[in-house]
Design a protein around this ligand. Structure first.
Ligand SMILES: C[S@@+](CC[C@H](N)C(=O)[O-])C[C@H]1O[C@@H](n2cnc3c(N)ncnc32)[C@H](O)[C@@H]1O
Length: 328
């Protein structure tokens, strides 16, 4: 067997290219070129930046296969550069919004690794959620990134024990601007839903429910999920929420769900828990928030502390790894 090629540490640790990509996305360079600016001077004027510095950035990216230099100092889009026109890509890259929070947060990785706790506040002055509270435009870009603009269409297809027929009510806890709940209600006409998220985020949900034709079956509640939740519903959905939080906070969220679900409701977790043999990847939630994806065994222990018992856990044919728990 031939030996695998040795990884090139110099190339792997070179930060120049990622920063160039962030910079051109932030300055909307692809948009200016798409709008007809070709000469570097014209592009720089349109972007409000230094022409020589931009030329060097674009020259570097051309060497990496992003943009074309069709003649000295003249630039055009290629397929890779056209990817920068995608609004979802821009949300994740724009240094002025959540893209910048994620990019700079990697600079706090050394202290995250030293302590196991997020060091986001050391760079931004506040922990992640408080930083978003203090910067409404960044919070809006975060909400957009986790919604359809950033993450694409939401898949409402997951099964629960006994099927959906007996389910009348569902609470999407930390449900963002409502895209998942809207899809669940659109595909299950007998179900009524409640969206729980921070006030600024639920305030952005109206158009989503209207567009899905489900506004008449939805209630929105702007509150913290660390406070008591609307009680007595059939399903409490936590999709991509627990992986944002360290164990203590994740247990508190599960406790609020268990209290509200008692006696007959269920807590369903998506996109936060995986199988025992899942690879231990490094995830952006770790540096932003100290959260992590957990194995079923790790989740079971948090659930136990929250007075929940895991009833079913596994990968379903349509994609989700679903964990279902009941209050004990
Ligand atoms: C990673 S997003 C997941 C959103 C959605 N469930 C999904 O699957 O796309 C986490 C959500 O938790 C919300 N959140 C954060 N802290 C919260 C709190 N204390 N109370 C309620 N919601 C909170 C955020 O606003 C965000 O919408």
């Amino acid at each position: 067997m031939p030996e695998p090629a040795r990884a090139d540490l110099g190339a792997l640790s070179d930060l120049c290219t990622p920063w160039c990509i962030h910079v051109v996305a932030t300055l909307r360079i692809a948009e200016h070129i798409a709008a007809g600016k070709v000469e570097i001077g014209d592009i720089a004027t349109a972007a409000g930046c230094d022409s020589d510095a931009l030329h060097r950035v674009l020259g570097h990216l051309v060497g990496k296969g992003v943009f074309e230099e069709t003649a000295p100092g003249q630039f055009a889009l290629n397929d890779a550069a056209r990817g920068l026109l995608d609004p979802g890509a821009r949300l994740g890259l724009d240094l002025e919004g959540i893209g910048g929070r994620m990019a700079y947060a990697w600079g706090t990785l050394p202290n995250y690794v030293r302590t196991g706790a997020p060091a986001y506040h050391e760079h931004f002055g506040l922990p992640f959620w408080e930083d978003l509270d203090a910067h409404p435009a960044v919070a809006a870009s975060f909400d957009a990134l986790i919604g359809p603009a950033g993450h694409g269409a939401f898949n409402p297809d997951f099964q629960i024990t006994g099927g959906w027929d007996p389910v009348r009510t569902i609470v999407d806890v930390g449900g963002g601007t409502g895209s998942m709940l809207a899809e669940i209600l659109r595909t299950r006409p007998g179900v009524f839903g409640t969206l729980v998220d921070l006030p600024r985020t639920v305030a952005r949900s109206g158009a989503t429910f209207q567009a899905a034709g489900v506004a008449g079956r939805v209630t929105t509640v702007g509150q913290s999920f660390f406070d008591p939740l609307p009680a007595g519903r059939d399903i409490y959905l936590l999709r991509g929420v627990l992986n944002d939080w360290p164990d203590r906070e994740a247990t508190a969220i599960l406790s609020r769900c268990a209290e509200a679900a008692r006696p007959a409701g269920r807590v369903v977790v998506l996109k936060s828990v995986g199988p025992e043999d899942a690879p231990k990847n490094l995830e952006i939630e770790m540096v932003l928030l100290g959260g992590k994806h957990r194995t079923v065994a790790e989740f079971r222990e948090l659930a136990r502390q929250a007075a929940l018992e895991v009833q079913a856990a596994g990968r379903q044919p349509l994609g989700y790894f679903v964990v279902e728990s009941r209050p004990v």
